[in-house]
Structures are given as structure tokens and as C-alpha cells.
Design a protein around this ligand. Structure first.
Ligand SMILES: [Zn+2]
Length: 742
């Protein structure tokens, strides 16, 4: 069949604008939309890279409506296709206008679709690439009038994309089998120069017209923070500062999404988890709640976001950094679609990234592993760099961001000190030149360092004979990686597209080699050091971050109160509780209850003089209290406690309680210790009377009455290890503290 009828000769500019207005409801096109439509209508192969929100799908839907015949639209996800079909049917008020073909359709429906296609009623047919392989379909398509092929999410074709699907490689052979001479349009929202080349090559696009929109999202703010053990506190603080606004928190693991959602709920936020392990119904419901703003926060794995169009998401937090920058760009891209504010904050830790990568990698081949490493290298570069994040992201997508300061990323707002790197740049360029531009960054750095441990891998090309060998020994691996990354951005180097990652010197780099001059570069942030610095700071403040002066005052107060009540001090508050008070500085009884080991009962009974003392201390020393980042532990822990308390009330033997909750007996005692320490009074006499003889009971009880500490080991020593067991002492300590203190 001849399909050369496509062409503007039949379709006028008025026709196009008429459909735009009457069907899609717009007066004007967005950037490049009109050019793309004209390219397709003129019968040209067309290649489109347009970020999400740019109006990508309209560029094939509109021509499909105007052309004779049916457009075949290939898309990877059923849900996405279904969504599109629904939208088109809705705006066109005709179900026959668009169909979706997949293997799960009942026979009757399938027959109807083929009938609509044959009668020329269907303008768009959505199909997954694996269905395109089906012989009965291809045979049918051979005799159908096809207007063009559209390949959506075309980055799936490339192993270098973040969502490689092998079946996408079969698209071109299928189109050839169907054998109609119609144009092909390929579209993606994300593609690096390498992926772009893969797509064009693989789809064998003929002199395609290429349209690449800018990836810059000026309204987004980018920040990367080191991931430390304080991450949950920082997270709560970030969310609290944005209370009532919509946000998405991305995690790598399903378990983490649930844990974090619980933590947020426990701190009073409306949050729910979302991951592929939840049932479809639950996921749909969560999505709806988020869209309707009944909940503010979704804590999700990457499963969330495809096809979600909520324009006013105000922040994206990456609890875990995704492995690829493309995924990072996609996910952060869900913030601020309406052009309003959108904060993108990622917590980064290199070891974490490598750990997640390894988990994925178990059944990968060598070539895939290599690709995966290079993709991860880009993410590490991005996270650790001190260059403008926007500049880095756009460079990754092959775009040159010309501004020196974007005023909307952490690196621009908090610039790092610079140094003259003339000598170091020269050292790198010389090494690449001397080794004839054959190696990737990793190897170049090995040569520059000249470490003994790398000798084996450098041996085969006699690296030791090179002038550059160990020329950079005075600096470390991180330093040289950083120099290479920065001069890549400065276009002194580029990466070979065909042999990805191999460093080539550009003309600009050559010029620098012959005529070097001063260039200022920055040192990267060392995220592992950030951690240490933080720890040091904590250490200086004493044991676990405690304020030693206040701690001493609180202990004195505790001794005083203990004396008045004729009780050992540990019955009032235990040491860890006092230490935590010197970190959190609670100044009301409510706040005091958030301290570990302090419950309502204890706070009421003994708390007032403590918070008074702390308040006075805070005022006198003008201490800034971290009260806005107090974290309440999640609901799960407390449900276990409630279970234990209720079981003890019902006088269920402790070993049975432990069994019921799958705890060891020691673990159960730990839990009961915590319950008692928080000021809740429980009575375990029924159990003690069963397992400890009365004489032993009395001896242990008397011991604690006069002891200066509640330490179990010390009690064992003083009472005699041969006669008493640790278990007995623990049980009696619970009884003692509960009766005396609570
Ligand atoms: Zn910037």
C-alpha cells in the first residue's frame, strides 16, 4: 500500500490550530510543538527530547487526528497507555478514536478493535513492543493504512538509559516487516547525548529532524547533603519547615518507605508509603489521597511517579540517592510542575550507593556491570562536586548552562573556596595525551597516583615507564577525580561517545596544553569527612553529645530528690534519660515526655524541678534548643509496649508473652525495663512468685534499696554469682523500680 499521502498539501495551518483549539483546548503551542508536528506531517522522521510537562504527547496525538489512517504508538507501560487512551476518548467523546492492543484482551473486544481499525475509525492504536512481535498482528498491520509510527519513552532502547528494555530493540525490525513507508517519530523525556545517539541508530531514523528542549527547570532548587546518622532528625526538620505542602520522599527499599512513613506519622504528619509490593487497590487509594491532598507526603520507591501529574508538589527528598542521574532528574522533575517553588534535597552517601548497586547487580554480565559503574560514576560526580548543580545536570544532558551562578542550588548559594589549578590541569591533560587518549578517568587517576596496589592492572602497558606515572602522587584519588570532572565541564575534555567514558582532549584542551594559564577550580566536598567532623563535634560536647555542665547539675538535682524521697537516684531518672535532656533541653513537661525513658507518670511525678532547672540554664546561657527536631518514635514500638502491658495486667506468664511476640526472654525484659523507666507502674509479682523463692526476692530487693547504681553486673557481684542469676536480678529490679519510682 502506498502511504505517500501525508504532507502539508492536504493540511493547512488553520486545520492544525483548529484541532488544537477544539480538541485540546489550547490557543497556542508550547516550545517546538508546532515545528515537531509540521516535521511529522511533512513525512520526516522526527526525534524529540522534551522534559516532562513540555507537551510531548500532543505532538503525535494532534497529527494522528489529522492524518488519514491509524498512528501506531509504541509505549512501554500498560498504565501509561491506558491513561492516554482514556484522555483521548474523553476529549474526543468517541471510544473508537483510540484503542490499546494487549495480550490480555478478550476475543470479542479484540474483534471490535480490528473492525474499528479496518473501518478507519481509529486514529491512534497504542501497543506495547512485545505485542508488536505477534505474527497475527503484524500480518494485520501490513494491510492497514498506517499514518506513522510513534515510539514513546524511546530511551528504553538504550542500555545507557535508566530504563532499558530489550524488546525495544525489536521495534525497527517489526516496522520493517510491516513494510510501510511512513515516518517514525521517537520521543523521550530524558536522554543523554549517548542515549540520543543509541536511539537514532537503533531506530534507523532517516535524516531525522531533531528537537531538543532545554532541560533547565529554573524554579527548582537543588541540594545534596551528607547522609549521617542524624538523617531522620534532618528529615523531620525539612518536612516540618514545609508543613501542609505536598512532597515526595524517595527511598530505595520498600521496607524503608514503610519505616519512614511510620516515623512521619508518629510525628504528626500525614504520610503514607507507596511501593510495588502493595496491592493495586492500596496504591490507587494512596495516589488519590495524595492528589486530593488528604495526605501531604508520599514515601515511595521509584514505583511512584510514572504518569502522576500533580502540579503543586513542593519538595522532593531523596532519602536514598538513586543510582543514575537520569532517574534523579526524572524524580526531582516531579516538583514544581506549575512553575512554583520546588525544593529537591538529596541525602548522599557513597557506600550506600555502591551497596544498592551491588544488590541489583547479582545476575549481570561484565559489560552491563561496566555500564552500570559508569552511570554511577556520574551520580557520584554530581553529588560530591562543588560546581553549580544545575550546570552539572544540564551538562549531563548535553546542554551548556552559561550562567556562573544559578542562585538556586547549594553550591551557588554557599560557594567553596577556589585555588589556582593550572599545574594540576596540565598534569591531567599530559597524562591523557601521553597515553594517546585511550583510557577512562579511572585509569588516568591510577597512572597519576602510581600506587603499588595498582601495579598489576597497570603492568600490561608499562605504565611505570610513562612520564606521568605517579606525577600526581601528592594528592589522592578523590582530588584527581574532581579535577577531571571539573575540566570536563570546562570542555577541556570530552567523553568518547562510541567508547563511552574514554577521555579525549578537546581543541580547547589542546590550546591549554600549549599555552597554559591560571584557572580557578574548587576542591570537592569530602562527604566522609563531613561525617567525622560531625562526630568530633559531638565528642567535644562529651560522651554522646551531652552538655557536661548541665548534666552535672541534673545529676545533683536527682541526688537531692532521691535523698528527700529516700530512694536510689536511678529510680528517679536513669542516666541515659538525663543525658538526652542535655541534648534536647526540654523546658515543659510535655517536651520532657519525649525523652527516652520518661513517660507521663514520671514526668508528672518528678519532672517539674528538672524542666525548671533546664529552662533557667537555657535562658542564662542563651542556648538554641533543637526542640523542633525532637523525634517521637514510630507507632509500632508503642503497640508492642501496649501489648506487653495488657498481657501483664492479665497475668500471662512472661515467657508466654515473649513467645507470642517472637522475642527472646532477654528482649522482653529489655522492653519491660523501658516501660518501667518511662514511669508506667506494672505488677509482675504473679510471675516473680512463681520463679524466685521468697528469700532471694527479699535479698535482691534490699540490695537495690541501698545501691548507688542499678547496674546488673555490679548487683551480681555483690549478691554472689553462684547463688543468684542475672534473670532473677533483672526481674527484681523491674519490681523495685516500678514500686519505688512509679
Ligand atoms: Zn547553581
Amino acid at each position: 500500500m502506498e502511504s505517500e499521502t501525508i504532507g502539508v498539501k492536504n493540511i493547512t495551518r488553520e486545520d492544525i490550530y483548529h484541532v488544537l483549539k477544539t480538541v485540546f483546548g489550547y490557543d497556542n503551542f508550547k516550545l517546538y510543538q508546532e515545528e515537531i508536528i509540521n516535521s511529522l506531517l511533512n513525512g520526516n522522521d522526527t526525534f524529540v527530547v522534551m522534559p516532562t510537562g513540555g507537551g510531548k504527547s500532543l505532538t503525535y496525538q494532534l497529527p494522528a487526528l489529522l492524518c488519514d489512517g491509524t498512528a501506531i504508538i509504541i509505549s512501554p507501560l500498560l498504565a501509561l497507555m491506558k491513561n492516554q487512551v482514556d484522555i483521548i476518548r474523553n476529549i474526543y467523546a468517541d471510544d473508537k478514536i483510540a484503542h490499546m492492543l494487549n495480550s490480555t484482551l478478550p476475543r470479542r473486544e479484540l474483534k471490535q478493535i480490528f473492525e474499528d481499525l479496518s473501518n478507519g475509525k481509529t486514529k491512534m492504536l497504542f501497543i506495547a513492543p512485545e505485542s508488536l512481535k505477534k505474527e497475527s498482528y503484524t500480518e494485520f498491520f501490513k494491510n492497514l493504512q498506517i499514518s506513522f509510527f510513534a515510539i514513546d519513552e524511546a530511551h528504553c532502547i538504550s542500555e545507557w538509559g535508566h530504563d532499558f528494555r530489550p524488546e525495544y530493540r525489536m521495534i525497527r525490525p517489526m516496522i520493517d516487516t510491516i513494510g510501510q513507508n511512513v515516518p517514525v517519530i521517537s520521543l523521550t523525556a530524558t536522554a543523554t547525548p549517548k542515549v540520543q545517539e543509541d536511539i537514532i541508530k537503533n531506530l534507523k531514523l532517516k535524516n531525522p529532524n531533531i528537537y531538543i528542549s532545554s532541560f533547565n527547570r529554573p524554579n527548582l532548587y537543588y541540594e545534596v547533603r551528607p547522609k549521617t546518622k542524624n538523617i531522620n532528625k534532618e528529615l523531620i526538620q525539612l518536612v516540618r519547615e514545609r508543613e501542609g505542602k505536598s512532597g515526595i520522599i524517595y527511598c530505595m527499599m520498600r521496607k524503608t518507605t514503610e519505616k519512614i512513613a511510620e516515623l512521619l506519622q508518629a510525628n504528626g504528619f500525614k504520610a503514607l508509603p507507596y511501593h510495588a509490593g502493595l496491592s493495586g487497590a492500596v496504591r490507587r487509594q494512596t495516589q488519590d489521597l495524595f492528589l486530593r491532598q488528604d495526605i501531604d507526603i508520599i514515601v515511595a520507591t521509584i514505583a511512584f511517579g510514572m504518569g502522576i501529574d500533580k502540579p503543586d508538589v513542593r519538595y522532593i527528598i531523596h532519602y536514598d540517592m538513586p543510582k543514575s542521574l537520569e532517574a534523579y532528574y526524572q524524580e526531582t522533575g516531579r516538583a514544581g510542575r506549575d512553575g512554583g517553588e520546588g525544593d529537591c534535597i538529596a541525602f548522599y552517601n557513597e557506600d550506600d550507593l555502591i551497596k544498592f548497586d551491588k544488590m541489583e547487580q547479582n545476575n549481570r554480565g561484565v559489560a552491563e556491570k561496566e555500564i552500570s559503574d559508569l552511570i554511577m560514576y556520574e551520580t557520584i560526580s554530581y553529588a560530591e562536586s562543588t560546581i553549580c548543580r544545575r550546570k552539572l545536570l544540564l551538562h549531563y544532558f548535553g546542554e551548556d548552562y552559561k550562567e556562573d551562578n544559578c542562585h538556586s542550588c547549594d553550591n551557588c548559594i554557599y560557594p567553596k573556596t577556589q585555588f589556582d589549578a593550572k599545574k594540576e590541569i596540565l598534569t591531567v591533560l599530559k597524562a591523557i595525551d601521553e597515553t594517546k587518549e585511550q583510557y577512562k578517568a579511572k585509569m588516568i587517576v591510577k597512572i597519576l597516583l602510581g600506587n603499588d596496589k595498582d601495579k598489576a592492572s597497570l603492568k600490561h602497558f608499562k605504565a611505570e615507564k610513562l612520564e606521568s606515572y605517579s606525577a600526581g602522587a601528592e594528592n589522592d584519588e578523590k582530588f584527581w577525580n574532581s579535577i577531571i570532572r571539573q575540566i570536563l565541564i570546562l570542555n577541556f575534555l570530552k567523553k568518547d561517545i562510541n567508547n563511552y567514558g574514554v577521555l579525549k582532549i578537546t581543541e580547547k584542551g589542546r590550546e591549554f596544553l600549549t599555552n597554559p594559564k591560571s584557572i580557578m577550580l574548587t576542591r570537592d566536598r569530602d562527604f566522609s569527612n563531613d561525617n567525622e567532623e560531625l562526630d568530633d563535634e559531638m565528642k567535644m560536647k562529651g560522651g554522646s553529645g551531652a552538655d557536661m555542665i548541665l548534666l552535672k547539675m541534673l545529676k545533683d538535682l536527682r541526688n537531692q530528690i532521691a535523698k528527700q524521697n529516700n530512694l536510689p537516684p536511678f529510680v528517679i531518672f536513669q542516666d541515659p534519660s538525663l543525658e538526652e535532656m542535655t541534648i534536647q533541653y526540654p523546658i515543659t513537661l510535655d517536651e520532657l515526655q519525649n525523652i527516652t525513658g520518661v513517660g507521663v507518670g514520671k514526668a508528672q511525678k518528678y519532672g517539674q524541678p528538672f524542666v525548671d532547672l533546664i529552662k533557667q540554664y537555657v535562658d542564662e546561657n542563651e542556648i538554641e534548643r533543637p526542640n523542633d527536631i525532637i523525634i517521637r518514635s514510630s507507632a509500632n514500638a508503642s503497640s508492642l509496649k501496649i501489648f506487653i502491658i495488657q498481657s501483664i495486667d492479665r497475668k500471662i506468664p512472661l515467657d508466654e508473652i515473649a513467645n507470642a511476640k517472637n522475642l527472646s526472654f532477654d528482649e522482653l525484659l529489655d522492653q519491660i525495663d523501658k516501660i518501667v523507666a518511662s514511669g508506667i507502674r506494672i505488677d509482675i509479682d504473679y510471675f516473680i512468685d512463681d520463679v524466685i523463692d521468697p528469700y532471694h526476692q527479699e535479698e535482691i530487693y534490699d540490695y537495690f534499696r541501698t545501691a548507688s547504681t542499678d547496674d546488673i553486673q555490679q548487683a551480681l557481684e555483690e549478691l554472689g554469682e553462684n547463688e543468684y542469676t542475672e534473670e532473677e536480678i533483672r526481674l527484681m529490679r523491674i519490681k523495685f523500680i516500678s514500686e519505688m519510682g512509679n
